[in-house]
Design a protein around this ligand. Structure first.
Ligand SMILES: Nc1nc2c(c(=O)[nH]1)N[C@H]1C(S)=C(S)[C@@H](COP(=O)(O)O)O[C@H]1N2
Ligand SMILES: [Mo]
Length: 255
């Protein structure tokens, strides 16, 4: 068994434990047209098959180019006032770095071009905000599962936390979290592109989460750090996200 596969299995193992399930069987699986090369097909088969089997959760629908909402709406912060953020925005994120750390074997640090050089995936999906609007966007980015396999997730890991660069009205930075199972979904990506261009400031430049199986507030914008943890309790108020902490939003926001 090669090393890559082994790491992938470790992630799946953690996901299985997290989901409180076991056992694997066979199923049919249709991969989306946006998966562009053989490597990605193999990757999608692994995760996609497991997704279908373990939670009955298929891929979300993908839309056509013509269906895109060209001026994608916004919700929450649209221009972080944080000095650090504005400095990076002014320099086009030239010396900005993204980090992936926590319960991993090899913490990662990437510049924006380095992230863009990782295997890319584009998907046209429907975003639903619980404030009552939805929109279709074409998102391009790197699969979270790819980055997690590069870093090597430790067996005790359970959740992935997204730390954002925008401080909210109560003086606390936005953050969100998902379990490793949702993190391994083939359409869960860290996106740097929207509708064929870099993500604009209002929609989360330079990097945001797309967690297509869940509702709007889980889609953390302005992500600068991804932390792998075994518990959410010691992070801010301990409910797993800014909305969860301040507005009693539910943590599992599956659509
Ligand atoms: N960092 C950060 N991420 C965030 C928010 C925010 O205020 N700050 N708002 C959330 C909400 S409620 C939604 S619906 C989506 C909106 O993304 P959009 O502004 O690109 O439409 O981002 C989510 N992620
Ligand atoms: Mo939202």
């Amino acid at each position: 068994m090669d090393k890559r596969r082994f790491k992938r299995r470790e992630i799946l193992h953690a996901a299985l434990v997290g989901a409180g399930m076991g056992g694997v069987a066979l199923a049919c699986y249709r991969y989306p047209a946006s998966i562009r090369n053989l490597y990605d097909v193999a990757d999608a088969l692994n995760y996609g098959v497991h997704d279908l089997l373990l939670r009955g959760q298929p891929l979300v629908r993908e839309y056509s180019l013509a269906e895109r909402t060209l001026d994608f709406p916004t919700s929450g912060v649209t221009s972080p006032r944080d000095e650090n953020y504005q400095r990076h925005l002014a320099s086009n994120f030239a010396d900005w770095t993204f980090t992936l750390d926590g319960l991993v074997d090899r913490p990662l640090s990437f510049t924006l071009p380095e992230l863009q050089n990782q295997p890319a995936q584009t998907q046209i999906t429907l975003h639903t905000c619980d404030e009552g609007w939805s929109a279709i966007g074409e998102w391009t980015g790197v699969r979270l599962s790819h980055l997690l396999s590069l870093a090597g997730v430790k067996p005790e890991a359970r959740y992935v936390v997204f730390h954002c660069m925008d401080t909210q009205s109560n003086g606390v930075p936005y953050y969100e979290s998902i379990d490793l199972f949702a993190a391994s979904h083939p359409q869960t990506i860290l996106a740097y592109g929207l509708n064929g261009r870099p993500i604009p400031e209002k929609n989360g430049a330079p990097l945001r989460l797309r967690i297509e199986t869940q509702i709007g507030y889980k889609h953390a914008k302005y992500v600068e750090r991804v932390e792998v943890v075994d518990s959410l309790q010691s992070i801010y108020e301990g409910r797993g996200g800014w909305w969860e902490d301040v507005n009693e939003a539910i943590w599992y926001a599956g659509l």
